[in-house]
Design a binder for this molecule. Structure first.
Ligand code: KIV
Ligand code: ZN
Length: 520
């Protein structure tokens, strides 16, 4: 029997994924996700872009120190200061990697970099050689490769390999390629460069035309042995190639991807998807392949009958293989700390003893109010507690809130906040009670911070469902901050989320990956 080749799964959830509009993660949240990615069995974790912000540097450093198993990679432009910063963060890992990149398409060269092809080639040679002097594992990406003149791309790849790159990544940065075309581009590298066989050729596709997974798999069919992807396909604009879809294609269609396999423990997929969705606040669409709530639901009677008779009639994958437990764990007022702790550990959460005590207290408070809590509720509460600001960051504290609403009156709210140790009360009227609360808070805070986006989601259950509110506020400089809160009461969850967002804006705290430098 021929030996299958391992397709390297390079996860960039914490770097490209975190660049999703609306996502931002704290350092602790990034570490939690990285630990779960290691359990999932990814080969490489791209932990961040260390030059982008101090928060991102710290997150990459902590992941390099604490997460065992995968290669830990940091992104850097082809600049010495970026490469130094990336190395300073990843050098603590047992298996560190520096990933350096520069754009090579005509439009990027002329409109963004304002550099000639020769100048860029020179930068690639110098940057890769410099990275190699620090780290033996160096990846190079010609950004916007899919729109780069193919012979110039080959020339750049040749230069990077000659300078010491061990992985060459071919990005379709703007999701422009078509599968057969992208596959040919990868095949062309092998045709033109015999030395390409001695390095790893990787693919990195974006989903602007919905083809990121198809293009990545076309790359694999042409000889690429690394796929760059994210959990739930999150990422810039329409997102990146979805990890779970690529992995389950290779596994489910092993008859087609004959020579290929991955080292992913697919039973961890669903759990990882939920964790990333909870911590980033980016929901997974119900009908998303592999991890959507409906992915294994059979609604039509004829399908249900078929599946009962023989699962293979309408099921090409076993739900258990991606970790669908279908469990209905319920936590009530008699469940103890241990049950909560075990549930969270199973779900990949990591917390301090104080955070656990806080989570358990909140679970008990809700259970005392006769709420039956499900796994999703516990995770939402944990996400809320882990994302809580410490007392030094709480410049504004919610003290009291009163709301009056009804069908014959205009909704009205009165809110007392503690600002700088002093109680301040304000009131407001609105279209609904949440709008009134927002106006009341604004009347105390002033016009400098405005609400940009508001999302409300019920976690589980009926009218006693936990409300999860996600908001985005904008400060006077136009910088956006995201915050989330959960509570059994929609109005309270909204008020907590608003106050958390205002505190983040006042502290200028954006999460750790968002200040990526715009230009080289
Ligand atoms: O999409 C892209 O080109 C990237 C590179 C930095 C690899 O994310
Ligand atoms: Zn990308």
């Amino acid at each position: 029997m021929s030996q299958k080749k391992n397709i390297i799964i390079f996860d960039t959830t914490l770097r490209d994924g975190e660049q999703s509009p609306g996502a931002s993660l704290t350092i602790q949240e990034k570490v939690i996700i990285a630990k779960q990615l290691a359990k999932l069995g990814v080969d490489v974790i791209e932990a961040g872009f260390p030059i982008a912000s101090d928060g991102d540097f710290e997150a990459v450093t902590r992941i390099a120190k604490e997460v065992k198993g995968p290669v830990i990679c940091g992104l850097a432009r082809t600049l010495k200061k970026d490469i130094d910063r990336a190395w300073d963060a990843v050098k603590h890992a047992k298996k560190p990697r520096i990933h350096t990149f520069i754009a090579t398409s005509d439009v990027h060269l002329s409109a963004k970099l304002r550099k000639s092809k020769e100048e860029v080639k020179q930068m690639v040679a110098e940057a890769v050689a410099y990275a190699k002097s620090l780290c033996k594992d160096v990846e190079f990406s010609p950004e916007d490769a899919a729109r780069t003149d193919i012979d110039y791309m080959v020339e750049i790849v040749r230069t990077a390999i000659a300078a010491g790159a061990t992985t060459i990544n071919i990005p379709d940065t703007v999701g422009y390629a078509e599968p057969a075309e992208f596959g040919r581009r990868i095949a062309y590298i092998f045709e033109r460069l015999p030395e390409a066989k001695a390095v790893v050729i990787s693919v990195h596709c974006h989903d602007d035309l919905g083809l990121a997974v198809a293009n990545s798999l076309a790359g694999v069919m042409s000889g690429a042995t690394q796929v760059e992807c994210t959990i739930n396909g999150i990422g810039e604009r329409a997102g990146n190639c979805s990890l779970e879809e690529v992995v389950m294609n290779i596994r489910t269609r092993s008859d087609y991807f004959k020579e290929c396999t991955t080292s992913i423990n697919t039973r961890e997929i669903y759990k990882t998807s939920r964790l990333v969705s909870n911590l980033t606040g980016l929901s997974v669409q119900r009908n998303k392949a592999i991890v959507g709530l409906n992915a294994f639901a059979h609604e039509a009677g004829i399908h249900q009958h078929g599946v009962i008779t023989n699962k293979q009639t309408y099921e090409i994958m076993n739900p258990g293989d991606v970790g669908w437990a279908g469990d209905n764990l319920v936590i009530g007022k008699h469940s103890g700390k241990h049950a909560v702790e075990e549930t969270l550990k199973e779900e990949g959460y990591d917390f301090t003893a104080e955070q656990l005590a806080d989570i358990v207290q909140k679970v008990k408070d809700l259970a005392d109010k006769q709420k039956t809590l499900h796994r999703e509720d516990i995770m939402a509460i944990a996400t809320d507690v882990i994302g809580a600001l410490d007392s030094a960051e709480q410049l504004v504290v919610l003290d009291e809130i009163a709301v009056a609403t009804g069908n014959r009156r205009e909704p009205e709210a009165t809110v007392t906040l503690i600002v700088g140790g002093k109680k301040k009360t304000g009131s407001g009227k609105g279209l609904g009670p949440v709008d009134a609360v927002n106006k009341a808070i604004q009347s105390v805070i002033g016009k400098g911070i405005t609400l940009e986006e508001y999302n409300l989601k019920a976690i589980t259950g009926g009218t006693d469902a936990l409300a999860n509110v996600g908001i985005t506020v904008k400060d006077s400089a136009g910088v956006k901050y995201r915050a989330e809160a959960v509570d059994g009461d929609v109005i309270m969850a909204s008020a907590y989320a608003l106050v958390k967002g205002i505190n983040r804006a006042l502290a200028g705290k954006k999460g750790c990956g968002k200040d990526a430098p715009e230009e080289i």
